[in-house]
Ligand binder design. Structure first.
Ligand code: B1M
Length: 214
């Protein structure tokens, strides 16, 4: 197997055997550790999603794959480019109510934190009420919402609505597999008073956050 196939295989099989050696090798080969995440590791994760959808994997196995992905991201994190300051603004980050998926959110956290933003991560299954309380306390410049389930896309509509009711109009950045730009513009944005932007991946999230804070 090629290096890329071995890395993807570690994710698919949910094993750390040989993982760190292969990540070391990949760090020599790729200029940016993010390319390793977005390439072979994501390929592995997408295959896990496909196999799970096909009933060839059970939740416990997917969880193991998620743990290997998290271990790989933690290993690569120190090698990512970072600026020391956190002067670009504060981002409040959360996975929406009913959703436990946090690998994408955590990646957004790393990338924003490494690039001049102060990130406050509220974690997973965050209700609109918890979000409103945190916004009052933290006074962020941007609210970042992540969600992977189809029902999470709908939850973002509810969340935007509840935030508006609470008089909040801080820009919102949304991302996650079940979302699209179209859904964001047609369904989420009309429920909100402020800007709502869709990010297709974590780097896109950084680009949009930078644009908002210019
Ligand atoms: Co779940 N799961 N899962 N799962 N899981 C999906 C999402 C699914 C598509 C798999 C499938 O069926 N093919 C499916 C959703 C189907 C649907 O809604 N239509 C699914 C399901 C059904 C479920 C359960 C319901 C299964 C069950 O219990 N029967 C259950 C739900 C639990 C819940 O949330 N209430 C469940 C549970 C789990 C695990 C706990 C086992 C585990 C998560 C572990 C964890 O996160 N700590 C898990 C996993 C790992 C997946 C898949 C395989 C991989 C997700 C992932 O981590 N990808 C996933 C299939 C898939 O996505 N291919 C699947 C890697 C990650 C880096 O990508 O999060 O998309 P992602 O983030 C991307 C972008 O989306 C974007 O940037 C990242 C890339 O740079 N992004 C943002 C994300 N958030 C952003 C925010 C931003 C900006 C960009 O700004 C704020």
């Amino acid at each position: 197997l090629s290096l890329e196939q071995r890395l993807a295989q570690c994710i698919i099989e949910g094993t750390k055997e040989g993982l760190y050696e292969d990540l070391e090798q990949a760090l020599q080969k790729y200029e940016d550790p993010l390319q390793i995440i977005n390439g072979p590791l994501m390929d592995g994760m997408n295959e896990v999603g496909r196999l799970f959808n096909d009933n060839q994997l059970i939740v416990a196995e997917v969880l193991q794959s998620a743990e290997v992905m998290k271990a790989a991201v933690s290993f690569l994190e120190p090698y990512m480019e970072k600026t020391e300051d956190s002067s670009k603004g504060k981002v409040l980050l959360a996975t929406v109510k009913g959703d436990v998926h946090d690998i994408g959110k955590n990646l957004v956290d790393i990338i924003l934190s490494n690039n001049g933003f102060k990130v406050v991560d509220l974690g997973i299954k965050v209700t609109p009420q918890q979000l409103i309380e945190a916004i009052t306390l933290e006074k962020p410049d941007i609210i970042g919402l992540s969600g992977l389930l189809v029902k999470s896309a709908q939850q973002m509509v509810v969340t935007a609505h509840d935030l508006k009711q609470a008089g909040i109009s801080i820009p919102i950045l949304v991302g996650g597999a079940a979302l699209s730009r179209k859904f964001t513009e047609n369904k989420i944005a009309p429920e909100y008073d402020g800007i709502v932007l869709y990010a297709k991946d974590a780097m896109d999230g950084l680009t949009l956050a930078n644009r908002l804070q210019q």
